[in-house]
Design a protein around this ligand. Structure first.
Ligand code: SF4
Ligand code: SF4
Length: 281
């Protein structure tokens, strides 16, 4: 089992994952509400292979141009392909039923059928942070996650023993001014640090959602009535069909999308990760 686990992890890395870990379905079940476990999607599921990809290049973090940030989504197709490749690999090589899970596959908006954050945390790829409950990796900073659920028993990784957030600089800032870089950057983020640990985290999802969580089809459908009411024909066209769907990743309604990443732009964990990866900043 150990050899197969390592082989599958290496396969995911070879397919382009920046980080990969294994979560046990039995352990996940102990944490999530009924109906939100991997074996609710695949009967008999035993393991979840979670892979993470850096969402942006270093340069992206220095731009204020929303289109540049938005276009980085094009790279996410590669991230999603890892999950499918891993699921197929397990079925073909080991004969266990597997399915791939990627963020945009459910039309459930910001109430997902399964939480990739929980899967990533259980696979030891990072821990929840003050900013919007994002799973932060010490090594990679902000990652985008996908997963393959399988009935194959694999050797699970453990959640990280030490939380990645708060960074020592944030602890010291909190002690001096009762705030952190992410809290200063955004009023959607609130919380408290006690003895160097996150004691309370408050994230006002309704504030963040309009800037960062405008999810694909759900956001478009919700705003369709407003788009049809737009009186300027050029703007209506822009909102309705984007730039004529030039790219496969170009969603309808891209003119109304937010792609906010301000909390991560100022986060010292993320900034350090970018520095480590690319020797810039
Ligand atoms: S993504 Fe933007 S809106 Fe959401 S918590 Fe971070 S800074 Fe605030
Ligand atoms: S800036 Fe980053 S490390 Fe600091 S509290 Fe916010 S999320 Fe945590």
């Amino acid at each position: 089992m150990k050899e197969a686990t390592e082989r599958i992890k290496q396969f995911a890395l070879d397919k382009g994952a920046d980080a990969v870990g294994i979560a046990s379905v039995a352990e996940i079940k102990r944490l999530v509400p009924q109906g939100y476990s991997p074996d609710d999607l695949l009967k008999g599921a035993k393991s979840v292979i979670v892979s993470g990809n850096r969402r942006y290049t270093s340069g992206t973090w220095f731009t204020s141009n929303i289109d540049v940030i938005h276009r980085q989504r094009a790279a996410m197709g590669g991230r999603d392909a890892v999950a499918l490749a891993v699921a197929r690999f397990i079925e073909e090589e080991y004969g266990y039923a597997s399915i791939s899970i990627v963020p945009a596959m459910f039309d459930s908006g910001i109430n997902p059928v399964i939480s990739l954050k929980v899967l990533a945390e259980m696979a030891g790829l990072g821990t929840r942070c003050m900013a919007g409950g994002i799973i932060l990796s010490r090594e990679h900073g902000l990652l985008g996650f996908v997963a393959a659920i399988t009935t194959m028993e694999l050797v699970p990784d453990r959640p990280l023993a030490e939380p990645v957030c708060p960074h020592p600089a944030c602890i010291s800032m909190w002690e001096r001014r009762k705030t952190t870089p992410c809290m200063e950057a955004c009023s959607a983020i609130g919380g408290r640090i006690e003895n160097g640990r996150l004691k309370e985290v408050r994230w006002f999802r309704q504030l963040c959602a309009t800037r960062a969580l405008t999810t694909m089809n759900g956001a478009y459908i919700r705003l369709l009535a407003d788009i049809m009411d737009e009186t300027d024909p050029e703007r209506r066209k822009y909102l309705a069909i984007g730039q004529a769907r030039r790219y496969i990743e170009d969603p309808p309604g891209r003119g109304i999308w937010g792609r906010c990443i301000e909390c991560m732009r100022v986060c010292p964990v993320n900034r350090n990760a970018i520095k480590l990866q690319h020797q810039v900043v």
